[in-house]
Write a protein that binds this ligand. Structure first.
Ligand code: 5GP
Length: 182
């Protein structure tokens, strides 16, 4: 795969589709082993996690697993604004359910903390988080996700659901902003 220039920024190859799929399988096995019921609710945080969530749900291979979608946004362009907006889309009764939050990436951790609190206050039996990507150096609040595909440095990445101003979510591989472009 070659470099890609989008919105005037140049990205280079970072994680290959085949490596991503291996980690999705591993994360799915870990989640399956940790669950105590047959029908967990996966809660996909839109928009970025939709690709990971689709692959994860299928890799879980649990016919009674359910999936639902929620959304809020804390990011604009290539840097976190630190603002969390209102959560929308949680229509299920999650009382007594095992909930697995599915995130594309945990950066500052703000989104994760807010969601966990909210789900616990709605009566979830348990709340765990699966993040395809985790930036340990960026986290300012909360905890490491229970299930992590890759730990990565605090660099801006795109692809496999992750966007640059709404674009490039469909890339099968993950690409990283070149160092000199920061
Ligand atoms: P947090 O609340 O942990 O700071 O941010 C989580 C959200 O920020 C992610 O779900 C994602 O939408 C966005 N984000 C964080 N880092 C990146 C990145 O490197 N690339 C892209 N495209 N989005 C990111």
């Amino acid at each position: 795969m070659n470099e890609l220039t989008i919105n005037g920024l140049t990205f280079e190859p970072y994680l290959k589709e085949s490596d991503i799929q291996k980690q999705v399988q591993r994360v799915a096995s870990e989640i399956r082993a940790s669950l105590t019921t047959d029908n967990p609710l996966l809660l996909c945080v839109l928009n970025g996690a939709f690709v990971f969530a689709a692959d994860l749900l299928r890799a879980l291979d649990m016919p009674e697993a359910e999936i639902s979608f929620v959304r809020f946004k804390s990011y604009e362009g290539t840097s976190s604004t630190g603002e969390i907006k209102q959560l929308i889309g949680l229509t299920e009764d999650i009382t007594g359910r095992e909930v697995v939050i599915v995130e594309d990436i945990v950066d500052t951790g703000l989104t994760a903390v807010k969601l966990r609190e909210l789900l616990v206050s709605h009566g979830a039996k348990s709340v765990v988080m699966a993040a395809l990507l985790f930036k340990p150096a960026s986290i300012t609040v909360g905890q490491k996700p229970e299930f992590v595909g890759f730990e990565i440095p605090s660099r801006f990445i795109i692809g496999y659901g992750l966007d640059l101003d709404g674009k490039v979510r469909g890339l099968r591989d993950i690409m990283v902003l070149k160092e000199n472009e920061k």
